[in-house]
Design a protein around this ligand. Structure first.
Ligand code: C5P
Length: 223
């Protein structure tokens, strides 16, 4: 089978990461978590005292950190200046600041170029998950999926992920998630959006295994 490029977009908590990793692993494709890259640059900004609410300061600093993504779906990695950042990028502080950083055009230009290089280097194909993959990063992807779910389902899933790490109550999680999606959808530069030619999959009433099986079948049709 030839290299297949799969774009999986959608708001937070729809199961994008779990689905993308599993689909890539089952089909022998590489995997790229683009949200982790925006989180990594945000973490670097926080660590280095850059005011993440100041778009000019963020733009000036955008090129400084070196971000590298490992694309093995069974053990994806993210490093910043050679340091493993996979833990620190998942804190609530990073989550609350990432939308402001990722709205800055200079940040998007740099990260988009990085993503295109990684996708072009994946000879056996790749599953790339994010917000603007089908619309902006890889508009020629062989298959575009747009995952959705009700806000209640998304908040419940996100809370499940947080459990044990940082105590969160469901109402607060839902509020933060809705706020982040509104920011991501409302920004000027490549907002969260469904590409015209994307297949929309509503995961509200589906199990993760059902979503994975559905997407695997869609990819196999394209190979
Ligand atoms: O997917 P995840 O929740 O880790 O993404 C974190 C944030 O990164 C999103 O809320 C969004 O602000 C940003 N992002 C983006 N474009 C992408 C992927 C993520 O702007 N392709």
């Amino acid at each position: 089978p030839s290299a297949v490029i799969v774009a999986i977009d959608g708001p937070s908590g729809t199961g994008k990461s779990s689905t993308s990793k599993a689909v890539a692993a089952q089909l022998g494709l590489r995997y790229l978590d683009t949200g982790a890259q925006y989180r990594a640059i945000t973490w670097w900004m926080i660590t280095n005292g850059v005011d993440t609410d100041d778009p000019h300061a963020v733009a000036v600093a955008a090129g400084k950190p070196v971000i590298e993504s490992g694309t093995d779906p069974s053990a994806p990695t993210i490093t910043v200046d050679g340091l493993d950042a996979s833990g620190p990028i998942r804190t609530q502080e990073v989550t609350s600041k990432v939308s402001a950083v990722s709205a800055v055009p200079e940040v998007r230009t740099l990260i988009t170029e990085l993503q295109r290089r990684i996708a072009a280097g994946a000879r056996d194909g790749i599953v790339v998950e994010g917000r603007d993959i089908g619309t902006t990063v890889l508009p020629d992807a062989d298959l575009k999926i747009f995952l959705t779910a009700s806000a209640e389902a998304r908040a419940a899933r996100r809370n499940g992920e947080l459990a044990g790490k940082e105590a969160a109550d469901l109402a607060a999680t839902k509020e933060a998630l809705i706020k982040r999606d509104a920011a991501d959808s409302g920004r000027k530069t490549s907002p969260l959006a469904k590409a015209d030619d994307a297949v929309e999959v509503d995961t509200t009433a589906l199990t993760l295994d059902q979503v994975i099986a559905h997407v695997v079948a869609l990819v196999e049709e394209k190979r």
